[in-house]
Write a protein that binds this ligand. Structure first.
Ligand code: 3HC
Length: 316
């Protein structure tokens, strides 16, 4: 490493240690840039793919009010994808490159969206569990060291809070509607509980990226710490509703808000993140079709840009 780079790296580490925010034009180690591109683009892809399982229920929402709320929620997710792609672009990667990585299966997106949404209760469950898990992770990362990502997360978290509440309201309404409604919620919880715990990633001891990301304050809490925080909060909400967490090993460990669980099925996790979950092929197929169907928009935008460029040249 040249002396100059070593000095820059030392200054950078000092800024991180002082809690300063790193902005796009600041010097940063190449690996910091690469980690952020990976993280933010995966997050952006998750928002866009995450529109599919809920989009599936827009035409079947039980009332007009529910349809409007679900439509707004799915549109919010598209907005989150756009802020996040813009935020990753500040690191020197184009949106087209990120889309290509996703469509070629080189970039990941959250495992949770590879599970099907089979009943209306799943719309409540996604709001309560999936958005709830995302909030726990993202409110922490909203204090991360990279300015454009932390600012995007601040706004995203506000909207995710609304998503979580609308999900909880769907669940509360189903439960209040009587036994059939409660059974529907329980059946949905049975399917979504473990996949939601997988959203937080592998155990800390098996997480290859965590140490480096924590050193640079991209991540502020580890996968296991955040998962535990989610479990402690959510188990109590489930009990309050009279629901059963589908984990025979679940145990209150005697401290306030502290629950021990059984082990996640890591084979299933690895299958899903490597492209072989219940809906991976369907989700990627839908994304590829949407991309192909949008090609005329990209062509029109390019033609317009070229026309403007020629006009500017002739005006100069
Ligand atoms: N789904 C898919 N891939 C996962 C995963 C999951 N649940 N958990 C881990 N992985 C992948 C990692 O991306 C990494 O793969 P890579 O090296 O090929 O990129 C590998 O498994 C090893 O995991 P690590 O723990 O080392 O990875 P990270 O340190 O990046 O931590 C993470 C994983 C906690 C998911 C982290 O990436 C993260 O916090 N991401 C930002 C938030 C995010 O992406 N959230 C998506 C949730 S859904 C959402 O927000 C939509 C909303 O509408 C609900």
């Amino acid at each position: 490493m040249s002396e100059n780079i070593a000095n820059l790296e030392e200054q950078f580490n000092r800024r991180i240690a002082n809690g300063e925010t790193i902005e796009p034009k600041d010097w940063m180690p190449e690996k910091y840039r690469k980690q952020l591109m990976r993280l933010i683009s995966q997050h952006a892809h998750s928002e866009i793919i995450g529109m599919l399982p809920e989009g599936n229920w827009i035409t079947r929402a039980p009332t007009l009010r529910r349809k409007l709320a679900l439509l707004a929620k799915v549109q919010d997710e598209a907005g989150h994808g756009h802020y996040l792609y813009s935020s990753a672009e500040t690191l020197g990667i184009s949106r087209e490159e990120m889309y290509d990585q996703l469509l070629q299966g080189k970039a990941k997106y959250s495992s949770i969206f590879n599970y099907p949404t089979l009943t209306w209760a799943d719309m409540g469950m996604i709001g309560w569990l999936v958005d709830g898990a995302a909030i726990i992770n993202q409110t922490t990362m909203a204090k991360c060291s990279y300015g454009p990502y932390s600012r995007a997360l601040l706004r995203i978290c506000k909207e995710e809070n609304f998503h979580k509440k609308q999900g909880m309201e769907i669940i509360a309404t189903l439960i209040a509607s009587g036994l059939k409604g409660k059974e529907m919620v329980q059946e949905s919880l049975n399917r979504f509980w473990w996949p939601t715990l997988m959203m937080f990633g592998p155990h800390d001891t098996n997480s290859p990226n965590s140490a480096e990301m924590m050193k640079w304050k991209i991540k502020l809490k580890s996968n296991d710490e955040l998962r535990q925080r989610f479990i402690d909060m959510t188990v109590e909400q489930a009990l309050e509703w009279g629901l059963t967490i589908p984990d025979p090993k679940l145990k209150f460990n005697g401290k306030i808000r502290s629950w021990e669980t059984g082990e996640i099925d890591w084979e299933e996790f690895n299958r899903v993140i490597n492209g072989n979950g219940p809906c991976n092929h369907e989700r990627m197929g839908a994304r590829r079709t949407a991309h192909e169907n949008g090609s005329w928009v990209r062509e029109a935008a390019r033609a317009y840009e070229e026309k403007q460029r020629l006009r500017n040249i002739s005006a100069a």
